[in-house]
Design a protein around this ligand. Structure first.
Ligand code: FES
Length: 283
């Protein structure tokens, strides 16, 4: 038996917004019954272009049902641009977390949403990532999908990739290629880090400082926090003081003070300027 949170069990036992909107504006269909998980998401927009209604039909386990259910709650009221930014980590966070072996359910929700938005925008009912080359034939996962899931969730092992998108979880014949893709993305991230240091000018203007702080947060801090179920938002910069807010699991974490000092402030000092200090804005 999986160690599910109360929120997962609540959404599993009482799923919200089950069904299909017949006169939908967008529809996303991902997964397949043969692979054990399938999800159809439909949404309807209001006159202002916000998501007025969203419904889902899924075939899958408790976490697939809970992820789909909470996703419909998350996106109601959002514009499509806002909905497009919803990550699989946010879906998992709203459920109080998912076992790592079940993270692929949150990824399936995010993919269905992407596909539904693409469908509304006239790009068919396909995922952007589906344009890649199929790496895992057992589960129909492409190299682009694997790169995306590794990048967005700061993954470092083949086992994690399997947990997040199922690739590698069947015959195992694709594991070598998955390992190469993981290595490629991790290598590119290291290169970005060295480029970031190399482009740092001797004297920072305010505009340079803001750009470098945002770039460092995006590339060097956020992936590490997301790997632990959290996130970070840049609120403001006043002189050498960077004001940020921790989100998701990081916001409630007892180690937040350590994260702010040893991760956020340390990396901003390393990649932007050693005169920077960081302050956390609490809600
Ligand atoms: S080809 Fe990926 S698990 Fe079989």
């Amino acid at each position: 038996m999986w160690d599910y949170t109360d929120k997962v069990m609540d959404h599993f036992s009482n799923p919200r917004n089950v069904g299909r909107i017949e006169d939908y504006d967008g529809i996303g269909e991902v997964g397949s019954l043969a692979c054990g998980d399938a999800l159809t998401l439909t949404f309807k927009l209001d006159a202002k272009g916000c998501i007025a209604d969203a419904k889902f039909q899924t075939f899958g386990c408790a976490s697939a049902i809970a992820s789909s259910s909470v996703l419909t709650e998350i996106i109601k009221g959002m514009t499509l641009d806002e909905a497009q930014k919803v990550t699989n980590q946010q879906i998992a966070d709203r459920l109080g977390g998912l076992p790592e072996q079940k993270m692929h359910c949150s990824v399936m929700g995010q993919e269905a949403l992407e596909a539904a938005i693409a469908n509304y925008r006239g790009k068919g009912n396909t995922l952007p990532g589906k344009h890649g080359k199929v790496v895992c034939t057992c589960f129909g996962v492409t190299d682009e999908e694997i790169r995306k899931v590794v990048q967005e969730n700061a993954l470092t092992t083949v086992e994690q990739v399997t947990n997040f998108c199922k690739a590698g979880g069947g015959c195992g014949g694709c594991k070598e290629r998955i390992a190469e893709l993981v290595e490629e993305v991790v290598g590119q991230n290291k290169l970005k880090a060295s480029t970031l240091k190399a482009i740092r000018p001797a004297k920072l203007t305010n505009i340079h400082k803001i750009q470098l702080v945002q770039q460092t947060i995006n590339e060097q801090i956020r992936p590490a926090l997301r790997a632990d179920g959290g996130d970070i938002e840049l609120i403001d910069i006043e002189g050498d003081k960077v004001i940020v807010a921790l989100r998701g699991m990081c916001a409630q974490c007892k180690m937040a003070e350590f994260t702010m000092r040893d991760v956020v402030e340390a990396r901003l000092k390393e990649f932007v300027s050693d005169t920077l200090t960081v302050e956390e804005l609490k809600d």
